[in-house]
Design a protein around this ligand. Structure first.
Ligand code: GLC
Length: 442
């Protein structure tokens, strides 16, 4: 990695120039990726007084409201326009990769999945904000989201909202079956899901995300972690282990036992929401955002008070953990509006905007102070669970090659879930494939 970085210049004008200039020369040597230097910089950035902000579809509708608010407060200066990107993180990443590799993008600021930092920074697609975001400011935010922004000793953006996988359950249905507490282990979940679905005439016992995409990787890893296994230990690939195989076996058993429909092997978050919020499932694994959708005009059937949330189940004797997810705000290295971009990023990650996203969209804040804010805690019960879940959440592997790894992982996880390969075969194949990706990287 070259990691060239300009000295901090005196004036904002000079700083803007040097950031761009530094990005022009800061390409890192990643095999198989188009690097900076061919088309030079300046392929994008609106530079017209309108700053383009990219993010996947906002199911809650709060994002446009916040952007309107910013634009109103910022009248007379630049305005922000929202460019809607695909909801699924992989499809969004594909679009970004194509634009950045071609050095042609109108995006100035992007909402970015926590797993993208290494790849974007290593390719110099984004701006190093270490000078603007010193450690004294970083300490106001939760440590795990901050960690997701560090690459090569620098920080590449600001944490926006954070995520942890959790188990949702229909409190009212469990009560009808005389069950007073949610399950703690996977076997308990299976038993309860089966019983409650039958007794209450609910279509599915349990739904989760098993499709071949990033969410499939996340769900499979959670089964592996909650059985004491892992995919990587530092740089070492350790997925071909009895614990990891046991995790994949439990995931597969959800379909085999009839607790989950076969279709979960094609489910993303988008299919999970209507299944449980439309009244068709007793349990669901999902992120905190889903809580805010309950009882809305899109999902009037299941009200928030009918939903309980609890940590993900574990295998006997294991600790609960879930995948650390979340989204950061990054500034495109191609943007001609570096100062404005930072201003917008600061505004979106300040107390007021984060609070609004938390109370209206049940997105977990990254600002520590909001976890003690009574208005936030009262409005969104998932916040308290989120805080606990975050303490034990596991990060996905950090690597500029993570997206290659995840493609291989989700392919095998979905094949194992669908019964196309055995969990043993999936673990063995992945041991080889991930090792080979690691070898290419070094
Ligand atoms: C959520 C998480 C993100 C994860 C994605 C998988 O958006 O915040 O980190 O990659 O789900 O579908």
């Amino acid at each position: 990695m070259t990691g060239i970085r300009a000295e901090r210049p005196e004036t904002p004008e000079a700083r803007r120039y040097s950031r761009k200039d530094f990005l022009k020369v800061g390409g890192a040597g990643l095999a198989g990726t188009a690097l900076l230097g061919t088309a030079g910089c300046g392929g994008g950035g609106s530079g017209s007084g309108t700053l383009t902000f990219a993010m996947g579809t906002d199911t809650s509708g709060t994002l446009q409201g916040l952007i309107d608010k910013f634009n109103k407060e910022n009248k007379g200066s630049f305005q922000v326009s929202y460019r809607e990107m695909p909801t699924a993180t992989d499809q969004y990443l594909d679009k970004l990769t194509t634009e950045f590799q071609a050095q042609q993008s109108d995006i100035d600021v992007l909402g970015a999945d926590v797993i993208w930092t290494a790849q974007f920074a290593a390719n110099s697609w984004i701006t190093d904000v270490s000078d603007d975001f010193p450690e004294s400011e970083q300490s106001k935010y939760l440590p795990a989201p901050i960690e997701s922004l560090i690459y090569d000793g620098k920080i590449w953006g600001k944490p926006w909202f954070t995520d942890a996988g959790m188990l949702y359950y229909r409190k009212d249905l469990l009560e009808q079956s005389g069950i007073s507490a949610p399950p703690k282990t996977w076997p308990e979940l299976k038993e309860m899901a089966d019983q409650v679905a039958q007794e209450t005439g609910t279509k599915y016992g349990f739904v989760f995300q098993g499709s071949e995409y990033e969410g499939g990787t996340v769900n499979g890893l959670e089964y592996i972690w909650t059985h004491g296994g892992d995919a990587l230990d530092g740089d070492k690939v350790v997925i071909d282990s009895p614990e990891a195989i046991a995790g994949l076996e439990t995931e597969r058993s959800m379909i085999e036992s009839g607790v989950a429909p076969k279709a979960v092997a094609t489910f993303t978050e988008t299919e999970t929401d209507p299944a449980i919020l439309g009244g068709d499932a007793v349990f669901a694994r999902n992120w905190p955002y889903m809580y805010a959708l309950a009882g809305t005009s899109a999902y009037p059937k299941v009200k928030p008070e009918q939903l309980g949330v609890t940590p993900l189940p574990v295998a006997e004797g294991q600790q609960s953990t879930s995948s650390l997810g979340g989204w950061n705000l990054l500034i495109s290295g191609l943007s001609d509006m570096q100062e404005e971009a930072w201003e917008f990023v600061e505004w979106m990650t300040a107390q007021e905007a984060e609070k609004q996203r938390a109370t209206e969209a049940s997105l977990l804040p990254t600002l520590k102070s909001l976890y003690d804010d009574p208005e936030v805690v009262d409005a969104i019960p998932v916040i308290k669970l989120g805080e606990t879940a975050l303490e034990s959440a596991s990060p996905r592997p950090v690597s500029p090659y993570y997206s290659d790894m995840s493609l291989a992982i989700s392919e095998q996880f979905t094949a194992s879930l669908s019964g196309d390969v055995t969990p043993e075969e999936a673990a063995k194949t992945l041991q080889e494939e991930l090792t080979s990706i690691q070898e290419q990287a070094s």
